[in-house]
Design a protein around this ligand. Sequence first.
Ligand code: SF4
Length: 364
Amino acid sequence: METNIDNLLKNFNKLQFQIDLIHWFKNEQRILPWRQDRDPYKVWVSEVMLQQTRVETVIPYFNNFIEQFPTVEALANAEEEKVLKAWEGLGYYSRARNLQSAVKEVVSEYGGKIPHRVEELSKLKGVGPYTQGAISSIAYGIPAPAVDGNVMRVLSRILLIEDDISKPKTRNLFENAVRELISVEHPSEFNQGLMELGALVCTPRSPSCLLCPVQSHCRAFSEGMQDQLPFKTIKKNNKEVFITAVILKNKDGQILVQKRPSEGLLANLWELPNHELKQESMYGQAEQLKHFMKAKYNLNITIENQLLNLKHEFSHLTWKITVFNGYTNDEIKAADFRQFLSLEDMAKLPFPVPYQKIIKEIVK
Ligand code: SF4
């Protein structure tokens, strides 16, 4: 049975909840670089970076990004490769590409001023309901909901909501709850207060209920159910993909690198030559790699040794990569998307995390 908002908020002391949450946030919030002012561009960049990524990881990336691209115009006019390089290691690179596309739209359609209305923000590429709400409320003081997994966890406990938060439609329920609860005078502090509470107090495991500023409002605490919420169906196991890659050197000691396709996973990032195996096999990988390099690049290669195995998990699949060292005396026609480069020149290109790890092994 669907949860009804009116029933949910019956007997809930909305005003006192706002006061307690906002008071706590004003006194206890962390000092973070994107909180120094309410520049909508900085709010936007920080919220995009913070999706799927921890605050401590984001801080240096955010500072570097804002230094390199301090304004909407600077980001709109930057080369995509530079933007991806600044994002290197943060993962989910489509976030960076979408951010740049959306910022270009802001320059062409809105004269470089980030719109404040959710209806306009929602038309920008990659700006989903959470980011729309965050920009509207934090930068412009509009009482709009900004609901992500963090906020759903906190509110599912406070309001004792047992709906499955992994289902997309459950987000609507939480957005409606925030629309009812949000402080019209202080929407920025209210939304940030919920986010901060989820990060510091109402954490996924072992929430610190005894220190919680809204404990007296929390129904899960009063029922002793805080450890059982939120309710979430467990994801199925990731698909495993087996890959063989090669650090292929030419006679000058340069390494062959190539650009990934412009669509799909890790689009436009760089990588080492590699191919996907039909299934995991400990045998014959080196031979298969030699055939592959001949067929795809017309290169005769010699495999020297197996350097390492590594595993990298994405949200929906896992790469298991076996890496070989090899060399070739053959030449390849250099192109924008594929060439032999020195390690120094490779360092200027954006590589996804698993390939950065492999490159670190070469440097050792
Ligand atoms: Fe979360 Fe506990 Fe506070 Fe409830 S009392 S909001 S479960 S930390």
